[in-house]
Ligand binder design. Structure first.
Ligand code: NAI
Length: 350
């Protein structure tokens, strides 16, 4: 079913409030979920609401958190989110980082004790909209083997980078450091289809094509992706003093407990380097030159990171709205807050 942006956002906000989230936090969470869903990241859109509602209802997200801001230097600080909803903690952390980078040139802001913050490209884009360059990293629950290993140690640990241009384009690179998300394995299971051999491994660390035999996901690009995944955890976990590596809490284990996750934003003011106007002009040139390149066979164009997400968003509105599966709309419109489906103590949702 196709929904208008405001309709989808209002439905998600209402459901989160039904579960107990306060209005301003529900508003911000619904805004970011809509941002993801309209860009085609359906895995980080409306489908997540039921899980959040179950965690909120069971007490695993603090509904009236007391945030503590510790400015540890002119360019650094840590925001303790009191295990409030991750979307709000990450947004508040980015506001602090932007303010600090505008004033002092650079900001390195950590957030600790937060829950899942969804598509992290939203936060780096916030900085690009304010003429800053940003990187953000966050932890997620262990479900990927280190290169050459047999046990899940790191999460899908995403990285996002964003930068402004001299026109209305924003470069927003936003990716997980695993080849595929767990949701894609579930999708193949439900369809009775096999998976490509480079997506996941079994209990011996060997590649699997049977989705039912998956024990862990694998990093992108072998040892290189493993290094990136570790780096994300060092920045957003080890450096902030929150649980790291395999000690990061599972999304689906004990929904009554706060997750104590970490995230890190690094924001750079281009004025302190090449200068804002020169930077933006060069970024526009980069995007123009990439877009003008003759595409390889099988490709229609060379896109800059984030371009296809904007094309998907604009196409969905041109075609009558954001596509949301009917069952999800029924849930959002219905009375049930959740169906007790996620608190199953397994590492993975199934
Ligand atoms: P993806 O594989 O769809 O895209 C990754 C990046 O590659 C994007 O920046 C995209 O613009 C770029 N890209 C893709 N195809 C391209 C093409 N043909 N030309 C140029 N650029 C292209 O994203 P992925 O890795 O599946 O992540 C999806 C979302 O999941 C992200 O928003 C991420 O932040 C989120 N995520 C969140 C986690 C969390 O714990 N909070 C964990 C893992 C992922």
């Amino acid at each position: 079913m196709k929904l208008a942006r405001q309709e989808l956002k209002d439905l998600m906000k209402h459901k989160l409030m039904q579960a107990g989230l306060r209005e301003d936090h529900a508003e911000q969470t619904a805004e970011i979920l809509t941002w993801s869903h309209e860009r085609g990241y359906a895995s980080h859109g409306a489908v997540r609401v039921e899980y959040y509602c179950e965690r909120i209802a069971k007490g695993g997200i603090t509904v009236d958190p007391k945030f503590t801001w510790n400015e540890t230097g002119p360019c650094s600080g840590i925001l303790d989110g009191d295990n409030g909803v991750g979307y709000v903690v990450a947004t508040e952390g980015m506001k602090k980082a932007i303010e600090m980078a505008k004033k002092n040139g650079v900001a390195v802001v950590g957030m600790k004790n937060m829950s899942h913050s969804g598509s992290i490209g939203y936060y780096s884009e916030m900085a690009a909209k304010e003429n800053m360059v940003a990187i953000t990293f966050c932890q997620s629950d262990p479900m990927a083997v280190p290169y050459g290993g047999t046990e899940p140690y790191y999460g899908t640990n995403p990285i996002s980078f964003a930068a402004p241009t001299a026109d209305d384009r924003l470069v927003v690179f936003d990716m997980a450091t695993t080849v595929q998300a767990w949701g894609k394995i579930l999708d193949r299971r439900s369809k009775g289809e096999s998976i490509p051999a480079d997506w996941a491994v079994d209990e011996k660390g060997a590649p699997v094509t049977n989705p039912h035999l998956v024990n862990a996901l694998v990093p992108i690009a072998g040892a290189k992706g493993y290094g990136l995944m570790m780096m994300v955890d060092v920045f957003s976990g080890v450096l902030l003093g929150v649980p790291f590596g395999k000690h990061v809490s599972s999304m689906y284990h004990d929904l009554s407990e706060g997750r104590c996750l970490g995230q890190m934003h690094i924001v750079i003011n281009p004025e302190r380097f090449v200068g804002l106007d020169a930077f933006k002009k060069s970024m526009s040139q980069v995007c123009d030159e990439l877009g003008a390149m003759t595409p390889a066979e099988g490709h229609s164009k060379v896109y800059y990171p984030g371009e296809r997400a904007i094309i998907r968003r604009d196409k969905s509105y041109a075609e009558g709205g954001i596509e949301v599966v009917d069952e999800l709309v029924d849930y959002l419109k219905g009375d049930a807050i959740h169906f007790n489906r996620y608190d199953h103590k397994n590492r993975f949702a199934d």
